[in-house]
Write a protein that binds this ligand. Structure first.
Ligand code: ATP
Ligand code: MG
Length: 408
């Protein structure tokens, strides 16, 4: 956790579309919880900073330098959804923020609230935390479009310089580059193992496609295991160890060693191929706890797991650099223009992100009050329309009604 004063300044971006509504409602719930938990001794000084459409309309800039400076200076911030500008050279405001602060972990906890309708049979067994690498992989944006001189040059480079002859790429090919580094892998896996240790969780699973992409996805897996062994040797049981014992002494011995390690409180570090993982999460979700994965896999995995517990209206997230402490907590859904201004949006995603923020600064008591209040409401079948409509005897509440009950 990050040490902060009792009155920390925390910058927030309200966000576009439904941002205004979720922020206004969430803020009152958060402030109430802090007041209750610490009897007025602690209080967040919220500082509004601008980004997105609201910013563009006020000062002509989608992402003012002032906003970046606030996040740099105050370390921790929170944000609603942002409209991505069309044209203007910015790919995405979210990406710009992540790159500027080098927020290398995209953290997505996934848990189920009783009462929320899930597409799977045993949602109570879903309790996972995804560590998605945020800066590398095919997401790095190194791409060349077919028909451009760059794509032609790259094709020539592959064939002439790199000796790639066995596959004939047609001239209509686009190309993308997938960089995966040892450093990038290590800081991500390090963060995942630390999280498992601090929170007493049973395992860290490396999710990858190393069977096909041996040096990138496979590198991620191997370097992850190397790091686990090198830095946490006495605190983890890594799967290659199980395999080694199995090969030398048989499966019974390997299982016995695993059992022993678990009884000593060691964290099991294992790996699974991404496609099998997606199946397994539906069939036996209890097998997984902390997940460490690359950028693209992480994207798919995050959405599937979120859907298993109620979808984007309720899934929180954060982008974090554990080395500098910089962290931006965020609603994971978009601006939802179709329901903006109607007082129907579900504020849970932003609220649970705020709970993550409170935990990050060590204010767990306040976070727990919010989580408990959400648990109670969902348990009673009370929810905003997006979730209430699937409940058998659900009560549909407006955003402000839902938030008012939470704040009480
Ligand atoms: P953007 O372009 O900003 O990504 P979008 O509409 O494409 O916006 P989302 O905002 O993620 O993408 O919305 C997808 C669907 O889910 C929409 O129908 C939206 O109304 C709904 N939705 C998203 N967030 C919520 C929420 N918090 N509560 C209720 N419904 C939501
Ligand atoms: Mg969208």
């Amino acid at each position: 956790t990050l040490n902060v004063p009792d009155n920390p300044v925390i910058p927030f971006i309200e966000g576009d579309g439904v941002g205004k509504e979720i922020w206004k409602n969430a803020q009152s719930v958060i402030d109430k919880a802090i007041e209750k938990a610490y009897a007025g001794k602690r209080k967040i000084e919220w500082k509004e900073v601008l980004a997105g459409e609201k910013s563009f309309n006020e000062n002509g800039s989608w992402l003012p330098e002032e906003t970046m400076n606030a996040f740099r200076e105050y370390l921790v911030g929170i944000k609603g959804p942002l409209t991505t500008p069309v044209g203007g050279g910015i790919r995405s405001l979210n990406v710009a923020l992540r790159q500027d602060l080098d927020l290398y972990v995209c953290l997505r906890p996934v848990r189920w609230f009783k009462g929320v309708v899930s597409p799977i049979k045993t949602p109570e067994k879903v309790n996972m935390t995804i560590f998605r690498e945020n800066t590398e992989d095919i997401y790095a944006g190194i791409e060349w479009m077919q028909g451009t001189p760059e794509a032609a040059k790259f094709l020539e480079f592959l064939q002439e310089e790199m000796g790639v002859k066995k596959v004939r790429f047609p001239e209509t090919s686009s190309f993308g580059v997938k960089p995966v580094s040892v450093e990038g892998t290590e800081r991500l896996v390090h963060a995942a193992i630390e999280y498992a240790l601090v929170n007493n969780l049973p395992s860290v699973t490396i999710v990858h496609k190393g069977n096909i992409m041996k040096f990138t996805e496979g590198g991620f897996k191997n370097w992850g295991y190397d790091l686990a062994e090198r830095e946490y040797g006495d605190k983890v049981f890594i799967w290659p160890q199980w395999e080694k014992i199995k090969n030398e002494q048989g499966e019974a011995e390997a299982n016995a060693a695993l059992k022993k390690a678990q009884s000593e409180g060691k964290i099991v570090v294992k790996d699974v191929i991404a496609d099998a993982f997606l199946q397994n999460t539906l069939l036996k979700p209890a097998e997984y706890s902390v997940i460490a994965t690359l950028n693209l896999n992480g994207d798919y995995v995050s959405d599937q797991l979120a859907a298993m517990v109620g979808g984007i209206g309720i899934a929180p997230g954060a982008n974090i650099n554990y080395k500098t402490g910089h962290a931006i907590f965020e609603a994971t859904h978009g601006t939802a223009p179709d329901i903006a201004g109607k007082d129907t949006v579900n504020p849970s995603s932003l609220l649970l992100s705020a709970v993550m923020l409170l935990e990050y600064i060590g204010w767990n008591e306040a976070g727990e009050l919010i989580t408990n209040a959400l648990e109670k409401l969902y348990g009673e079948g009370k929810a905003t329309h997006d979730l209430a409509r699937f409940m058998e005897n659900g009560t549909s509440l407006s955003t402000s009604q839902f938030s008012q009950i939470l704040a009480e």
